[in-house]
Design a protein around this ligand. Structure first.
Ligand code: ZN
Ligand code: ZN
Ligand code: FE
Length: 733
């Protein structure tokens, strides 16, 4: 018997063909396998039960980093005479180039053993990789995934590497980025006087600089990171200063799980994520305040493990490092030595450790966190992109979805595949906008998708708004992003959107919304929302959040701010100068944070909300008296009133109630107002999305209440609930 098998998915660059080879040999089958433009093609010949066991092995035990989307078996009539099983050279069949490019993979255990084994020829080599690990997306220029189409094309294989590359039994068989000390990329350390450090102990020299309190830029997979010793306060403060981030949390890299346990609580699920080939930053609950200056505003630390051999080598000399994106605030991540030179000139960094393997695609580190065993994204980027999302796509057309303005990602979709881009960032910075345009071009070419339709957010002031595109309202897209994950198109669903900012059908700034999309429909109805309050100064109120507190409180005497300031802001409101109406929950959080004296300034987006969450997490007083929810029903629209809430908070403040208790009661009020609205609307299926659901306390309270009341609820797990998921929602429309 002879069968042909076509496999699609992430099957190239992940050791698929060597695995096929081993299973075929093990089952005494003859035939061949090869990479095609669409995936992997196999032909096997032999006893039918042996073929069956071969297929079974391949399906149940494919290479760890692979992902099979389709597996099609066809009987081939003509038996052939072949000597054994062979792996053939890649063939280009047809014109499609849809075969999945693998995301970048963290260093595997086998490679790790080699770089720390003094007898191995790769001892101490920072670019060691194999078919199970190493750079992928970040070095790919074109399809198919072959060395000549990657940034490894400038490094011809030495005889030893070449032998590995051509031996089907070797772990490095067809490992496209394969390299060693004699043929691969090299490190370069540039010291403060722009002098290149010429000796060979570069790793040691770099960690010496870090231990001395220097800020060092280090080239990673998708870009450079700024690194420094988190215990060295002057270094840390310098970094805060130059990045213009006085309080926002920095990510850390720690040597191993044991090091992490010194600072954080760690569940088995979190540990598994940290150790996975995607190696994201995981937000972990702090155990103590040893690293408080790293994330002063919240109870979490964002931590990742070393994910390249270079990281492992550095971390063998120093147990933990700040590892933050190498950029000035909100700019794209730096990937070239030229950018680093300018950082040196501006005295942002003291030195940098670079190498000559070019980064083709910028890719920021991904960020996840956990609610129990459920992983959720804050940012989906390195280690996940460009894998297709396993989501049912209802559009017959090829579509480009441009996403939102903040935390931008875009999506290209065709057939049943939706490809979400890496994190692009805030498009109001023209460099990010340019980066998006470049990446759209790259993705179209790599995936061979020429979009027939373009979709974008309805906000006409968004950078990527296009008149000719299909416009989708922001919160509609948030809701669709969850429906996409569970393919809820045929259900009558209620969307509970807890968000910061989105353009509404009445041009107001929407945020806390209850939307219904009837089955198989593309329209939404707004059934409830947070009652509007004025946002004096518009955008300005996102930063100067005392403006919101002033807008929320009628009686000026009860406001804890200078009277001049109150007068100034009240004038804006009364004379309706640049004061849009908003139902934003994010801004309500900010306003309460300012009112309760937590902070008047949000130097970064949602800082007030984040600090309010930190306070609330200190309290678990289920018996505490609640802030009563008050709903106003007007025709077919329900409004959540906030006057009572504000009055109660003011009273608690005047009665010197603990800040953490007030914060906790406010969180509870948000959760309970959702349930109260749901009780008036009759839906069984509820989807939750929007940036406020990054607040784990809110998510915990809301999901607990939904469970108590027997709702079927759905949350984002494949994309962030924040604006990073908007493109998926647009694609699912
Ligand atoms: Zn490896
Ligand atoms: Zn070599
Ligand atoms: Fe949003």
């Amino acid at each position: 018997m002879r069968v042909g098998i076509d496999i699609e998915g992430i099957v190239q660059g992940v050791g698929f063909r060597p695995t096929v080879y081993r299973y075929a040999e093990g089952n005494n089958l003859t035939g061949f396998t090869l990479n095609t433009a669409k995936g992997v093609h196999i032909q096997v010949q032999g006893e039918s039960d042996r073929i069956e066991s071969f297929i079974n092995q391949l399906q149940t035990n494919p290479p760890v980093a692979s992902k099979i989307d389709s597996f099609i078996i066809k009987q081939v009539d003509d038996a052939r005479f072949e000597k054994g099983f062979t792996i053939r050279h890649s063939e280009f069949i047809g014109l499609t180039k849809s075969a999945g490019i693998s995301p970048d993979l963290a260093t595997c255990p086998d490679c790790l053993v080699e770089i720390f084994n003094s007898k191995n020829r790769r001892f101490g080599y920072p670019f060691t990789n194999c078919t199970n690990c190493g750079p992928r997306f970040t070095i790919v220029r074109d399809r198919p995934y072959d060395r000549k189409f990657t940034s490894m094309n400038s490094f011809p294989l030495c005889p030893d590497c070449s032998t590995e590359f051509t031996d089907p039994k070797d772990r490095r068989f067809h490992a496209q980025p394969n390299a060693c000390t004699s043929c691969g990329p090299e490190l370069k350390l540039i010291l403060s006087d722009k002098r290149e450090f010429k000796e060979d102990n570069l790793i040691f020299q770099t960690t010496e600089q870090l231990k001395k309190g220097k800020v060092v830029a280090i080239k990673g997979l998708g870009g450079f990171n700024f690194a420094c010793d988190p215990h060295n306060i002057p270094a840390l403060e310098h970094l805060r200063n130059v990045k213009n981030r006085p309080d926002k949390a920095f990510a850390l890299m720690m040597k191993d799980i044991n090091e992490i346990r010194k600072y954080c609580d760690l569940s088995i699920w979190e540990e598994e994520a940290l150790l996975s080939p995607s190696a994201p930053i995981v937000l972990l609950r702090k155990l103590n305040n040893l690293l408080d200056r790293v994330s002063p505003d919240n109870n979490y630390l964002g931590i990742m493990l070393p994910y390249t051999p270079l990281h492992h080598l550095l971390m063998s000399e120093i147990p933990l490092l700040i590892m933050t994106s190498a950029n000035k605030r909100d700019e794209p991540l730096a990937i070239s030595d030229e950018e680093l030179q300018s950082f040196m000139d501006d005295k942002i960094i003291d030195c940098y450790l670079t190498h000559n393997r070019e980064i083709i695609h910028r890719c920021d580190d991904s960020i996840v966190h956990f609610l129990g065993n459920q992983q959720m994204f804050i940012r989906r980027s390195r280690g996940f992109v460009p894998a297709a999302l396993s989501v049912k796509n209802h559009s017959e057309k090829t579509v480009l979805s441009l996403g939102a303005n903040q935390k931008n990602t875009f999506a290209l979709s065709t057939g049943n595949s939706i490809f979400l881009s890496q994190y692009i960032g805030d498009l109001t910075d023209f460099r990010n906008y340019k980066y998006q345009s470049e990446q759209i071009e790259d993705f179209s070419r790599l995936l061979n998708i020429d979009p027939q339709e373009i979709r974008c957010d309805s906000h006409p002031a968004y950078e990527n708004y296009r008149e000719e595109a299909l416009h989708i309202y922001h919160h509609h897209a948030h809701m669709l992003s969850v429906m996409a994950e569970y393919d809820l198109n045929g259900s009558n669903v209620l969307g509970v959107i807890c968000d910061g900012t989105g353009y509404g059908t009445d041009k107001a700034v929407w945020g806390f919304e209850f939307l219904n999309i009837p089955p198989n429909n593309n329209r939404f109805k707004r059934l409830a929302h947070l009652d509007y309050f004025p946002l004096p100064g518009g955008e300005k109120a996102m930063r100067e959040i005392d403006r919101i507190a002033i807008a929320l409180v009628q009686n000026e005497e009860r406001l804890p701010f200078p009277s001049e300031r109150i007068k100034e802001i009240k004038t804006l409101i009364n004379e309706n100068i640049n004061t849009p109406q908003t139902s934003s929950l994010g801004r309500l959080f900010d306003g309460i944070a300012a009112l309760t004296g937590i902070t008047e300034l949000a130097e970064y987006e949602a800082r007030g909300a984040i600090m309010l969450q930190r306070e609330a997490e200190l309290q678990f007083d289920e018996t505490a008296e609640r802030y009563l929810v008050q709903l106003i029903q007007e025709d077919a629209l329900i409004k959540i009133a906030y006057e009572n809430l504000i009055e109660n908070i003011l009273m608690d403040m005047e009665n010197s109630k603990e800040l953490s208790l007030i914060a906790w009661k406010f969180h509870k009020w948000v959760a309970e107002s959702i349930i109260e609205v749901l009780k008036l609307l009759h839906f069984e299926k509820v989807v939750l999305s929007g940036g406020c659901f990054q607040n784990l306390l809110i998510l915990k309270m809301v999901t607990a209440l939904l469970e108590e009341n027997h709702y079927d609820y759905y949350i984002n797990t494949l994309v962030p609930p924040n604006d990073g998921g908007i493109a998926l929602g647009q694609a699912y429309y």
